[in-house]
Design a protein around this ligand. Structure first.
Ligand code: HEM
Length: 415
């Protein structure tokens, strides 16, 4: 048994612009030297599908801790610092089970399907504004999309959308490790907290509880003292933030990939169930969320000893490109078998709680966008976000022909 720090491992430049713009050559180079491990500037990278899966299931030995982030940002004792340290993703055992259990009933496939009609309405309204432009930055368009859907789902007034979006952009920089950003983080937290506080007060004033409504389920859990008033508000901030960056990045990654597949894009406009296959296949090829864990209890894995406090980074975004996990892993084949086995939503106790909601909104979004944004072409340079944290496209300039708004299709529920 050798300790991880005694191994001769390839270096993976996960902070570099080259890796952000084209991660696969770096992952392939690392794979040639070690089947599942590489080194990076702050720890180790786990890049093999099976190893990622196995270690993410070790919830009793690894934790997604934000302590270092809060320390580096000088945020200890601040409201934002406390919020970051209390995030559900950073909790384990009974605390995590309690928080997750308090809302699990709202995040079922059934519940996601209940919201599809509203999602279609929100996306259609957005496309009415954007499709006549003939050209735009797709990433900017996609940024409006999850907030609109989330506002629709919780019945919030659209007048707050722009302030909330700005705060979510700031929250999206939570892992930037730049202490000068702390005042922006605090301001964003305060803005989101105040907005959510107002929503809860209004919902309580109305007083009719609906067991499928996210706010109502959380209010009921708080009234039963399963979660505190602070936890309820902070979890709602998390739902906004966790669904914002990821969904906008995913939709933009799908649009970018589909520029190479014009026939399939056209099919997405006509065939809603096909959109589900495309979403899963693009998530397998590349998805936005890489993640990391700090080891809290030393363990041995495949002949390697991994000591306490080791930092492990997981290339979830490209795990589906492992040829041991998927045949013809680099090919775009939406009709392949086992397409939902990708790692885009993680694994283990922290697997994305919003995955069915995300799938529903991205599928509906793809279907309607393909109808209204026809013959899309790349119209400028694609720029990339850093591979750390939430990876994806910063800017995707496209030009296109505006398609007509079609009659609403029949409900199709597949998640
Ligand atoms: C395409 C869109 C999305 C992607 C790619 C995505 C990805 C992920 C991933 C990979 C994780 C696990 C992270 C880890 O284990 O470290 C996660 C967790 C989580 N996601 Fe998502 N997500 C998406 C949308 C959403 C939405 C729409 C919501 C809420 C409305 C949401 C809420 C959460 C929460 C709360 C967690 C933490 C769960 C826990 O700790 O138990 N996500 N997500």
């Amino acid at each position: 048994m050798r300790s991880i720090d005694e191994l001769v491992l390839p270096e993976m430049p996960i902070e570099s612009a080259e890796m952000a713009a084209d991660p696969m050559p770096h992952i392939l180079a690392a794979r040639r030297e070690h089947p599942w491990l590489a080194k990076c500037s702050f720890g180790y990278v786990v890049h093999e599908y099976q190893a990622i899966k196995d270690i993410l299931y070790m919830d009793d030995k690894v934790v997604n801790s934000t302590d270092d982030v809060v320390e580096i940002m000088g945020a200890k004792g601040t409201r934002w610092g406390r919020f970051m340290q209390d995030l559900m993703i950073g909790q384990s055992g009974a605390t995590h089970a309690r928080l997750r259990g308090s809302v699990a009933a709202v995040f079922t496939p059934r519940n996601a399907n209940l919201h599809r009609q509203r999602m279609r309405e929100e996306v259609s309204r957005l496309l009415d504004e954007w499709a006549p432009k003939g050209a735009f930055d797709f990433a900017e368009f996609a940024a409006h999309f999850p907030v609109r859907v989330m506002f629709g789902l919780i019945g919030a007034s659209p007048e707050h959308i722009s302030a909330v979006r700005t705060s979510l952009e700031a929250q999206g920089m939570s892992y930037c490790l730049d202490p000068s950003m702390l005042p922006d983080m605090e301001a964003a937290y305060d803005q989101l907290y105040g907005f959510i506080d107002g929503l809860i007060a209004e919902r309580r004033r109305i007083g009719e509880l609906d067991q499928d409504h996210l706010l109502d389920v959380m209010i009921a859990a708080a009234d039963r003292s399963e979660i505190s008033e602070l936890e309820m508000r902070e979890m709602l901030i998390v739902f906004f933030a966790a669904g914002y960056d990821t969904s906008k990045n995913m939709l933009t990654l799908i649009a970018w990939r589909m520029l190479q597949h014009p026939q399939e894009w056209t099919r997405c406009a006509d065939d809603r169930p096909y959109c589900s296959l495309v979403v899963e296949e693009v998530m397998r090829l590349h998805s936005p969320s890489n993640t990391y864990r700090t080891v809290t209890e030393a363990f041995d894995y495949r002949g390697v000893h991994i000591p306490k406090d080791t930092l492990l980074f997981f290339t979830l975004s490209h795990a589906g490109r492992d040829p041991e996990a998927f045949a013809d892993a680099d090919e775009f084949r939406p009709e392949r078998q086992h397409r939902t086995r990708h790692m885009g939503f993680g694994r283990g106790a922290h697997i994305c709680i919003g995955q069915y909601l995300a799938r529903a909104q991205i599928e509906e979004g793809l279907h309607l966008t393909a109808q209204r944004i026809t013959r899309p072409r790349l119209a400028g340079e694609v720029t990339w976000r850093t591979f750390l944290g939430s990876w994806g496209i910063v800017s995707l300039p496209v030009s296109f022909q505006a398609g007509a708004r079609r009659e609403a299709a029949h409900d199709v529920a597949t998640v």
